[in-house]
Design a protein around this ligand. Structure first.
Ligand SMILES: Cc1cc2nc3c(=O)[nH]c(=O)nc-3n(C[C@H](O)[C@H](O)[C@H](O)COP(=O)(O)OP(=O)(O)OC[C@H]3O[C@@H](n4cnc5c(N)ncnc54)[C@H](O)[C@@H]3O)c2cc1C
Length: 391
C-alpha cells in the first residue's frame, strides 16, 4: 500500500499551497475588518483578480474537463487542493468550474448556461430546499404547471447558496404530484429576469444564502434541464458530486487551527510556565492531531473511491468522511478556542469566525443525522460490509 503522492501531485499541491500563503492569506486581516463592518470579505473584483492570477499559472476549472478548458483533476487531487484552500478563511475559490449537472444541458443550453458559467460570466445557484423540505427533499412542493408550451412555476426555495448573486437558478419543481420524486420532479433553468426574486437570509456565518420566490414565473419548455421527470436524480447527482470536498476543506482549517493552538500554547505562560507544559493542554493538542490524521485518510480514501469506484462504496465513504470531518472540525475549533482562553473568544483573532463557519458543515449537504442514516442504511441493507472497501 502506497500512501505517498506522485511527483506531479506534490507539485500541483505545493503550487496551490504557495499561492494561498502568498496571495490569499495576506488578505485575512482586511477580510476580518470588512466582515466586522458588515461588508463582504472580498469584493468581486478582488476575487476575479485572484482567480485570473491563478488562471495565468494554469489553475482554472479544477474539475472542469480538459475538453472544456479545465484541468480535469481527479477527486484525490481536488481534495488535496481543497485542504490548502481550507487553511484560510478568506472566501476564495478557483474560477472556471460549473455545476456537474449543467453537463446534461443540450447544445443550445450549453451555450447559454454551461459555457458562460465556466467562463465566470454567469453565476448559477442550486435550488431544491424549501421551508417545508430540507433533509426530506422528496417533500418539495414548488410546482410547475404546463400551460401550452410553457410552464408556470410557483413556490419558495430557502437557504440557497449564491441565490442573491445568481443570474440563473437550477430549480427543482413538481411536475407530476402523483409520481413525486419517482419521476414527477423536473429541473428548470430559470434566469433571474424571467421573474424570480431573492431575499438574503441572515445567518451566524459570513455567507448569506437566499430565499427564492417564484410567483407565477413562466418559462418555456426549452428551459428544462435533462428530461421531464428526471429532476430528482439530477438533484441527487449534484449533491453527490463531492461530499468529500466539505471535510477536505474542514481538514485544512483544522490543520491551521492546530498550528495556532500549538504556537499559543508554547508562548502563553501561566503560573510561571508555558501552558504547553500542562497535560490538560497537551491532551487537547494530541487528540486534535489524532483526529486530523484520521480525517486526512478518510477524506483521501473517499476521494480515491470516487475516482476508482463511483458507486455505493464511494458514497458510503463520503458520508463517513463528511460526518467525521464536520463533527471533529467543530470539536477541534472549540479546543483551539479553549487553548486561547479569553483571546479565543475575541474578534481580534479569527478563531470565533472559524467556529461559526465550521458549524455549518454539520448542517448543509446532508446533516450529521442524515449521514448517520445513510451509513446505517447501507450497512443494515447489506450494501456495504463492516470490513470496508478492502473486503
Ligand atoms: C448556509 C446554508 C447554505 C445552504 N445552501 C443550500 C443550497 O445552495 N441549495 C439548497 O437547495 N439547499 C441549501 N441549504 C439547505 C440545507 O441543505 C438544509 O438546511 C439541510 O439539508 C437540512 O434541512 P433543514 O434545514 O430543513 O432541516 P430539517 O430537515 O428540518 O432537519 C431538522 C433536524 O432534524 C434532523 N432530522 C431530519 N430528518 C431526520 C431523520 N430522518 N432522522 C434523524 N434526524 C433527522 C436534522 O438532521 C436536523 O438536525 C443550505 C443551508 C444552509 C444553512
Amino acid at each position: 500500500m502506497d500512501f505517498s503522492l506522485t511527483t506531479e501531485e506534490r507539485e500541483i499541491r505545493d503550487w496551490v499551497r504557495t499561492f494561498i500563503r502568498r496571495e490569499v492569506m495576506p488578505l485575512e486581516q482586511e477580510v476580518l475588518r470588512r466582515e466586522r463592518a458588515g461588508q463582504p470579505g472580498l469584493t468581486a473584483d478582488e476575487r476575479d483578480e485572484l482567480q485570473l492570477k491563478a488562471k495565468a499559472a494554469g489553475f482554472w476549472g479544477l474539475q472542469t474537463p480538459e475538453s472544456h478548458g479545465g484541468m480535469g483533476l481527479s477527486a484525490v487531487m481536488t481534495a488535496l487542493l481543497m485542504v490548502e484552500i481550507g487553511k484560510t478563511f478568506v472566501p476564495f475559490q478557483f474560477g472556471g468550474d460549473a455545476d456537474n449537472i449543467l453537463y446534461h444541458a443540450n447544445e443550445e443550453q450549453q451555450q447559454c448556461y454551461l459555457l458562460p458559467t465556466i467562463a465566470g460570466e454567469r453565476k448559477s445557484c442550486f435550488a431544491i430546499t424549501e421551508p417545508g423540505a430540507g433533509s426530506d427533499a422528496k417533500a418539495i412542493r414548488t410546482s410547475a404547471r404546463k400551460d401550452g408550451t410553457d410552464w408556470i412555476i410557483n413556490g419558495e426555495k430557502t437557504f440557497i447558496t449564491g441565490g442573491n448573486e445568481a443570474d440563473f437558478a437550477m430549480v427543482f419543481a413538481v411536475t407530476d404530484p402523483e409520481r413525486g420524486a419517482n419521476g414527477g420532479v423536473t429541473c428548470f433553468l430559470v434566469d433571474r429576469d424571467m421573474g424570480w426574486k431573492s431575499e438574503p437570509i441572515d445567518t451566524m456565518g459570513e455567507w448569506a444564502p437566499a430565499a427564492l420566490i417564484f410567483d407565477n414565473v413562466r418559462v418555456p419548455d426549452s428551459q428544462i434541464l435533462g428530461e421531464v421527470g428526471n429532476g430528482f436524480q439530477l438533484a441527487m447527482q449534484w449533491i453527490g458530486r463531492g461530499r468529500y470536498l466539505i471535510p477536505a476543506r474542514a481538514l485544512g482549517s483544522c490543520e491551521r487551527l492546530l498550528e495556532m493552538g500549538i504556537d499559543y500554547a508554547n508562548t502563553r505562560e501561566t503560573f510561571g510556565k508555558p501552558i504547553a507544559d500542562r497535560q490538560a493542554i497537551q491532551w487537547m493538542i494530541a487528540d486534535s492531531s489524532v483526529e486530523i490524521e484520521a480525517l486526512r485518510w478518510l477524506v483521501l480514501h473517499a476521494a480515491w473511491l470516487v475516482d476508482t469506484d463511483g458507486g455505493v462504496a464511494s458514497r458510503h465513504a463520503q458520508s463517513i468522511a463528511k460526518l467525521y470531518g464536520a463533527t471533529k472540525a467543530n470539536e477541534i475549533v472549540d479546543r483551539v478556542l479553549q487553548i486561547h482562553g479569553g483571546m479565543g473568544y475575541t474578534r481580534e483573532l479569527p478563531i470565533e469566525r472559524w467556529y461559526r463557519e465550521l458549524r455549518l458543515a454539520r448542517i448543509y449537504e446532508g446533516t450529521d443525522e442524515i449521514q448517520r442514516r445513510t451509513i446505517a442504511n447501507n450497512l443494515l441493507r447489506g450494501k456495504v460490509k463492516p470490513t470496508g472497501s478492502l473486503g
